[in-house]
Every structure is written in structure tokens, then in C-alpha cells.
Design a protein around this ligand. Structure first.
Ligand code: SF4
Ligand code: SF4
Length: 406
């Protein structure tokens, strides 16, 4: 393993103002998707300028769950296929990889369920299981001091890394998009340990901002054709948000996604931390737009998780009021198949599978919601305290009056 120290912030783009491409697309059918992707990449000269013969291109989709594409929990395989095929057509070797939580399945099961195996075969691309591949250690700044992280070696072996992220909600980070998708470059159970080490959304957002800045990718493409709202990132509601977004930096893409979802960047721990580091544009007013303005594509009624209310409470006050302001997992017993995936992923050992089924030990729970992400049958719901529920009710009314997401 090679130890490499990489700076945490690449600073503002050297190209001047960042460019955000936003192209409407209502379908994953090739007849509509292929020209939409080509139009999306026009500001950077398209695939012809980005990909040269003999290059190795690494595609990093969001392959969170072994669910069908219709669940909208993963980057749609049609988007992966169109990008992979275009790179192959220009003579590149294409490698596709992610590191999903392998609590009960093999990565091959994810490839089958998500449609990635068939998509890769059709495009002539290779799938790799990042857990079985070499990794290098880097050091990122980290919210509590330097943090050593192992990153898949494919990040360095590729000539071009393309981030193929998904527009979704997230119970911890509010939205999960381009910045968050860098987390999958960290293979294996290290991700769960990082949740345990940095349990608050603010700290976790800081880690993700530092990580994304330390391992910049060459291009970021967001699948927002069908997004996910509500109880994301695995068990939310598929919603036809109808757009593709692209930029050369992840913050710009996530600002576009925030506009579509109708969620203020200031309400998201990751984007707040990027702003605190002076990384990326502060708002869409600072970007050059190609195609549509994503604000025109705001999805009315996009449902937002409860977490913004939690992380905005200052740490000392949060510790005092912990009994009254909480959000935590709760079992839906009728759905549970007792597979044990939740217990295996829980780094805090707060989820236990016993003879009577799953039991949560809330005294240990850090509300990371990794158990929700891995449950294959959506047998875990998020429950919040009565105080949070009242606050959510008031917020929903306020947002309705303002014409924003609920
Ligand atoms: S709650 Fe979900 S992940 Fe946990 S044992 Fe039941 S089915 Fe499996
Ligand atoms: S029980 Fe679930 S939410 Fe609580 S710490 Fe474990 S994985 Fe995280």
C-alpha cells in the first residue's frame, strides 16, 4: 500500500466561472437519452474531446442497493451504458466500479439486480468489485484532524474518472449527489467505521467535502431523470424530476440538484461545508449555464427528510436536548425477513438480531441510518421525536406558503 498525502482543496476552477449543463430528459430510452447526454457534454467538446483512443476511463456510478432500476436507488443502467458505449466508441477501455454495503450479498448480485451486468456487456465495459481490488492510502484534512483513508487504486489507474451520480434524498445528508458519490471510492467496511467516528451530519459533511476535494474526478454527470425523495437514499419515492446535469466540479452539479429538489444549499451539511472551505460556486448565479436553468425544473412537492432540523441544532444544545430531539431507526416487524444485514452493517453495534428478531439499542445508536440503506425489504423506518414532528409540520406549512418543497 502506498501512502500519499493529497491537499484538501483544489480551490476555484481555473476555467473562470464553472459551467453547469442541464438538459431535460424524460426517458431512459436510448432514442431520447443518447442525444440528451451528447447535448449535456457540449460545453466540454463532447466525448470526442474528453476521450482519446487507448485511454482507461473509470465510471463511478451510485450502486447503493441491489434493487431494480425502477426503485431509483441507483444510477440508472441506461445512463451508465450510454456513457460507457460512447467512451468505448472512441477507443477507450471502460471500467465500472462502486463499493456497495456487502452485508448479505456478493457484488455480483448487485450487478445483476441493478442491470449493470447487462449494461456493461452491451457497452463492452468491465465491471470491478472494488473490495477485491488494490487500494492506496491518502490523508485528508478531516473535521477533527488528519484522517487516513483507503481509496481504490482504479482512481489512479484511470486516465479519466467520471462520476455518474444520482439525484436522491439522504436521511443524514439531506441530498446525496455528486460530492457524496466520492464516498464509494472508499472500499469496504471503512465507510461504516467513518460514520461511527463522525456521527453528526456536520462532521460527516466536512469529511465528504474534504474527500471530494482530495480525489477530484474529471467529469460529473447526474442522473436526475427519475430521482428519489422522502426516505432516501434507498427506500424513498421515485419521482420524475426529468433532467440530466453535468459539470467539471461536483459542487456545481449539487447546486443544480438542490434547485431541482427545491432545497436550499444552506440546509445541506455537505454544501455548507464546501462553502465554508470556499470550494465551488456559492449559488447558481455564479455559474455559466448550458441548456436549461435547473430552477425551471424544480419538482413541486419534493419531500425532504427530517435531518436538517437535527443538524442545525448547535452541539452543546443538542447534547442537552438529546431526549427531545432525535431521529432513529424503527423496525416494521411485519416486513422483516431476519436476514441480519442491519446488524452486520451497524458499526455502533446498536442493531442486534436475536431469536425474537431485530432489536435496536438506542443508547448506542448514532443515527447514521446505514441500516435503512442495506435493508432489502424496507423493514426499517425512520422515526422522529414528537418535537421534531411538530417542527416538521410547521416547516411543511411554511414551505407550502413559500411554494417550496415540503
Ligand atoms: S430489518 Fe431489514 S436488514 Fe434487518 S434483519 Fe430485518 S429484513 Fe434484514
Ligand atoms: S442502528 Fe442503524 S442508525 Fe443506529 S447506529 Fe446502527 S446502523 Fe446507524
Amino acid at each position: 500500500m502506498t501512502a500519499t498525502v493529497i491537499g484538501s482543496n483544489p480551490g476555484p476552477t481555473k476555467e473562470g466561472r464553472p459551467v453547469l449543463a442541464c438538459v431535460p430528459c424524460a426517458s431512459y430510452e436510448a432514442a431520447e437519452l443518447t442525444p440528451a447526454v451528447e447535448r449535456l457534454l457540449e460545453p466540454w467538446g463532447g466525448f470526442a474531446a474528453l476521450v482519446r483512443p487507448g485511454m482507461t476511463v473509470f465510471l463511478k456510478p451510485n450502486m447503493l442497493s441491489a434493487k431494480s432500476p425502477a426503485a431509483a436507488a441507483t444510477t440508472h443502467p441506461a445512463v451508465v451504458e450510454v456513457v460507457a458505449a460512447a467512451c468505448r466508441a472512441r477507443g477507450a477501455r471502460v471500467v465500472i466500479g462502486d463499493s456497495p454495503p456487502l452485508t448479505m450479498k456478493r457484488v455480483e448480485d448487485f450487478w445483476e439486480a441493478t442491470g449493470y451486468r447487462a449494461a456493461a456487456d452491451r457497452a463492452g465495459a468491465e465491471l470491478v468489485a472494488l473490495e477485491r481490488e488494490p487500494a492506496r492510502e491518502i490523508t485528508v484534512t478531516g473535521p477533527r484532524g488528519p484522517l487516513a483513508l483507503r481509496i481504490t487504486d482504479w482512481y489512479w489507474r484511470a486516465d479519466l474518472v467520471i462520476n455518474l451520480c444520482k439525484l436522491k434524498t439522504h436521511n443524514l445528508t439531506v441530498l446525496t449527489g455528486a460530492v457524496k458519490n466520492h464516498f464509494g471510492l472508499v472500499p469496504g467496511l471503512q465507510k461504516a467505521q467513518l460514520h461511527l467516528r463522525l456521527p453528526r451530519a456536520t462532521e460527516f459533511g466536512a469529511l465528504l467535502a474534504d474527500l471530494a476535494a482530495a480525489v477530484p474526478m474529471g467529469l460529473h454527470v447526474m442522473d436526475g431523470i427519475v430521482g428519489m425523495d422522502g426516505n432516501g437514499p434507498a427506500g424513498g419515492r421515485p419521482v420524475p424530476t426529468g433532467v440530466l446535469l453535468a459539470a467539471r466540479d461536483p459542487v456545481t452539479v449539487d447546486l443544480g440538484a438542490s434547485a431541482v429538489a427545491g432545497i436550499e444549499p444552506a440546509d445541506q451539511p455537505i454544501l455548507r461545508q464546501c462553502r465554508a472551505r470556499g470550494w465551488g460556486p456559492a449559488s447558481l448565479d455564479e455559474v455559466v449555464r448550458h441548456g436549461d436553468d435547473p430552477r425551471r425544473w424544480r419538482f413541486a412537492g419534493f419531500q425532504v427528510p427530517a435531518v436538517p432540523l437535527l443538524y442545525r441544532v448547535p452541539e452543546p444544545l443538542f447534547n442537552v436536548l438529546r431526549r427531545f430531539i432525535w431521529a432513529r431507526p424503527a423496525l416494521v416487524p411485519a416486513r422483516c425477513i431476519r436476514c441480519g444485514a442491519c446488524a452486520r452493517v451497524c458499526a455502533a453495534r446498536a442493531a442486534e438480531l436475536g431469536r425474537d428478531g431485530v432489536r435496536f439499542r438506542y443508547g448506542r445508536c448514532i443515527s447514521c441510518f446505514c441500516c435503512l440503506e442495506v435493508c432489502p425489504v424496507e423493514a426499517i423506518a425512520m422515526r422522529s421525536s414528537p418535537l421534531i414532528q411538530v417542527a416538521l409540520y410547521l416547516r411543511a406549512w411554511k414551505r407550502k406558503l413559500q411554494g417550496r418543497s415540503v
